[in-house]
Design a protein around this ligand. Structure first.
Ligand SMILES: O=P(O)(O)OC[C@H]1O[C@H](OP(=O)(O)OP(=O)(O)O)[C@H](O)[C@@H]1O
Ligand SMILES: Nc1ncnc2[nH]cnc12
Length: 259
């Protein structure tokens, strides 16, 4: 995707900020981005000691916490997101996940939350080899955390890429997304018959990208266990396009931008 990030002063405040309901740019935003909260607001990039230890992974932490730990992490991660109105085109309220990756503690909290979510919904034990054989990540934001999650699960990682990037024989699917059309490809031998696959991406909007990836996985003979997203834009009902279970850490945007 093209385009550049707006300067800090033009960014929309993070989720959880009191000004986040207006959809307008506020002068105070500069002091209230997730990396520079005002003194009165807790820094969402700083996890509590318990969260931080658990975010490093490991069975002891998981046994001590589980659902409560996941719930806490979700609250913290949501505050790390920023919104940009009319990006990349008018009418789109863009959810920016990059502050999560810019912060060591939020990044590690994200991986921990995904690990707990997968363990919960696919009935495995965090920190142990999971029932997932392959994590499939969608270009490009699914590449930011898919490989790390695959390592945590004891699974392989396979990319779904935009056309012309992968060598050898490929399968191709066209799709429509919230702001345009595109094609996805996977290498034809990337998944072995019957391998258990979880598809991951940052956001499900219309569901077009995820549906295309699901079709590719099935064409290759994979057993699609389900999808895991960081965030779901509920009002677009993208999950209705998917024919495998859908799990999301966060949801938002009950409505899009009002034009
Ligand atoms: O549910 P949908 O309407 O299909 O939209 C969701 C997709 O859109 C974004 O990717 P984008 O194609 O913008 O590519 P990028 O990750 O390379 O920025 C996002 O990362 C998802 O992959
Ligand atoms: N509103 C949105 N914000 C961020 N990524 C997206 N991909 C599709 N729609 C999006």
């Amino acid at each position: 995707m093209s385009g550049q990030a707006a300067p800090l002063g033009q960014s929309h405040p993070p989720h959880g900020h009191p000004e986040n309901t207006t959809g307008t740019t506020q002068a105070s935003d500069k002091a209230s981005t997730s990396s520079h909260p005002p003194p009165s607001k807790p820094d969402p990039t700083t996890l509590s000691p318990g969260q931080h230890n658990a975010a490093q992974g490991g069975l002891a932490a998981a046994a001590a916490s589980g659902p409560a730990e996941l719930a806490n992490l979700k609250v913290t991660l949501k505050k790390g997101l920023r919104q940009f109105p009319d990006f990349p085109s008018p009418g789109i309220l863009f959810e920016d996940i990059m502050p999560i990756f810019a912060s060591h503690s939020l990044h590690s909290g994200l991986i921990r939350a995904l690990e707990l979510q997968v363990a919960d919904v696919f009935d495995t034990t965090p920190g142990e080899h999971s029932d997932v054989d392959v994590v499939v990540g969608l270009e490009s934001r699914g590449f930011l955390f898919g490989p790390t999650l695959a390592l945590r699960l004891g699974a392989g990682f396979v990319p779904v890429r935009k056309p012309g990037k992968l060598p050898g024989q490929c399968e191709t699917e066209s799709y429509k997304k919230e702001y345009g059309e595109d094609k996805f490809q996977m290498q034809a031998d990337a998944i072995k018959q019957g391998q258990r696959v979880v598809i991951v991406d940052d956001i499900i909007a219309t569901g077009g990208s995820a549906a295309a990836a699901g079709s590719l996985v099935k064409k290759l003979g994979g057993d699609l266990l389900g999808y895991v997203f960081i965030m779901e834009l509920d009002f677009l009902k993208g999950r209705d396009k998917l024919d495998a279970p859908v799990h999301t850490l966060l949801s938002g945007q009950e409505e899009g931008l009002k034009q």
